[in-house]
Ligand binder design. Sequence first.
Ligand code: THU
Length: 165
Amino acid sequence: MSKVKTQTLSILTEFEVYASEKDLPKADAELLMQSKKSVKDAYAPYSKFHVGAAVLLDNGKIITGNNQENAAYPSGLCAERVALFYAASQFPKAKVVAIAISVKSKKSIIAEPLAPCGSCRQAIAEYETNSKKPIRIIMSGEKGKIYIAKSIESMLPLMFNKKYL
Ligand code: THU
């Protein structure tokens, strides 16, 4: 057996947990409501998993988006990136303050908060790195608790970003 002494790096991720929408701070509740509205317009005929996202910018604008699927499956895009990329393309100087995510599945009731996929975390991280301001991530299911992460860095530790390039 090797006697090499190793260290352990532990990373703690904390989420604020709210029992329901009614308990949320007003700005978070408003953003979540906008993301829920956007779920209705998702184009998700293949997965039947409808997602909505709402992005709050520091100029006060709220930009919404939803998942857009495609018969060639990988050509589709998640709600979070549809909303973020549209927001950045329309308001390139604005900083992203927060993003809210909502879901409605035609297959089952989603009873836990929907967390953004890895690719969306990476996309959100790009804007957080650029603005040097934490982006608040508000995650909800169709019912049950709501989780809020205070930054994307907390949800994507050891992230790859431009400092490596
Ligand atoms: N999806 C999102 O839009 N956001 C997520 O956070 C998770 C997954 C979409 C992609 C695809 O259209 C469907 O949900 C099923 O994966």
